[in-house]
Write a protein that binds this ligand. Sequence first.
Ligand SMILES: [Zn+2]
Length: 219
Amino acid sequence: MKRISRAEAREKLFLARTYYRPIVLGEDDGPSGSRIAGAFPRCFEAGAPKCLRCGKLLDYFLTIEADVVGPDIANERALSVFACADANCRLESIGLAAEPPSVVAITHQPSPRSVGEPGRRLLRGHLRKERIHERFGSSRVEQSKLGGPPYWIQTSIAGDEKEAQARGLSFLLQINELELDEFTTNAGFWGGEVYLFTRMNPATGLPTLEDGRVAWNYT
Ligand SMILES: [Zn+2]
């Protein structure tokens, strides 16, 4: 395969959405960069965020940085996902429209992991061609990937996705918890799929790491 430029790769991932990159678990912890589970980033040491629905402390899930999304999309920012520890409250965030949400994405400056439980690094794989079939209730759901179209477990989400796009949000990535089970149990999830939409840059049509919106589907 001929080597493609970073600009071409971004076009295939986020504009044409004909390709994706797998997101995989690293062998070790990531003290900085994209990572999952373990201690949250140091910038949250002053106070872990609380659930906007029920007021309970949120559990840290993961952080996304330039090493996974690329420097142009990250723009020297990082984004961390937190979820309500209360299972019933989290069920309110199956779609993208929950207001207020119980699973949230917070944009911040890149920040190393705080002292505490180890987690794991998140790494991105090579560009792969999408083979589009049913995107709702699909068997393709069980994967973690950057770009391409989202594959949803719950079929009820189709309207939410269109609405999110109408609000200027763009699908960035999805994370399959079953693949990462051993390391996500301490984040309080059961096993399902986490979808991250973020603000689309109107000048380029590419997602950013700002104004993140998270949906969570369970199997
Ligand atoms: Zn809550």
